[in-house]
Design a binder for this molecule. Structure first.
Ligand code: ZN
Length: 92
């Protein structure tokens, strides 16, 4: 693995730079929904977060998705995203 070829993204939770492929993409769709983009290909403004509940909690505390997505993200959305993450974990 060549580190130079790994695209890094900053996590909106812990603010660390990590390989894009190890992270989850959160997208603000053209319809105004905030969803976890499991394919990495959905249209809309995206931001990245580690696939870890801690980072979701941090992001929620700081409301950092607001900044990343440039919209006011209601708090229940964070819980919804966390639920998706948890469900995803149980499938793996
Ligand atoms: Zn993180």
């Amino acid at each position: 693995m060549s580190p130079r070829k790994v695209p890094l993204r900053q996590c909106v939770g812990c603010q660390e730079q990590k390989p894009k492929r190890s992270m989850l993409r959160i997208v603000l769709t053209p319809l105004g929904e905030v969803v976890v983009d499991l394919t990495g290909k959905r249209a809309g403004r995206g931001t990245y977060i580690c696939a870890s509940p801690e980072c979701f909690e941090l992001a929620k505390k700081r409301k950092s998705l607001d900044r990343g997505l440039k919209t006011a993200v209601p708090l229940p959305v964070y819980d919804e995203l966390l639920k998706v993450l948890r469900e995803r974990e149980t499938h793996e």
